[in-house]
Design a binder for this molecule. Structure first.
Ligand SMILES: [Zn+2]
Ligand SMILES: [Zn+2]
Ligand SMILES: [Zn+2]
Length: 109
C-alpha cells in the first residue's frame, strides 16, 4: 500500500465544500489528507472525475429548500436563490463513485 494526496480535498483534510460545517473532515480521507492506493505505479487518473475525486454530477440536496427548488417567503413561493430551482446544492460535490474520491483508479492491465 502507498499513500497519495487526497484528490477530493486537495490534501487539506477538510471537506472542500464545508459540508456540513467548515470544520468537517474530508469524507474521503477522514481528515488525513492522504489516501491509500495499492501501488502508485499501478494507478491511472480516474477519467470519470478527471482526477478531481469529485463526482461530475452528484450533488447534495439543497440545504435551503431541501430539494424542492422553491422557498416560501411571506406566503408566496419563490425560486430558491441558493440552488436556482434545481433543488441541488451547487457547491456540494460528492466523491466520485468510480475512484471513491481518490482521483485515481487501479490500472487494469
Ligand atoms: Zn480528503
Ligand atoms: Zn473518479
Ligand atoms: Zn434550493
Amino acid at each position: 500500500m502507498e499513500r497519495i494526496e487526497c484528490a477530493f480535498c486537495d490534501a487539506m483534510g477538510l471537506d472542500p465544500f464545508k459540508i456540513p460545517s467548515p470544520l468537517s473532515k474530508c469524507q474521503v480521507c477522514w481528515g488525513r489528507g492522504t489516501v491509500s492506493v495499492s501501488v502508485r505505479e499501478k494507478t491511472i487518473k480516474c477519467v470519470y472525475c478527471n482526477g478531481s475525486g469529485a463526482h461530475p454530477e452528484l450533488r447534495l440536496t439543497c440545504p435551503v429548500c431541501w430539494g424542492k427548488g422553491v422557498v416560501a417567503v411571506e406566503n408566496q413561493t419563490m425560486r430558491c436563490p441558493e440552488c436556482g430551482g434545481s433543488g441541488k446544492a451547487p457547491e456540494s460535490k460528492l466523491p466520485c463513485l468510480r475512484c471513491d474520491g481518490k482521483g485515481v483508479i487501479a490500472r487494469s492491465d
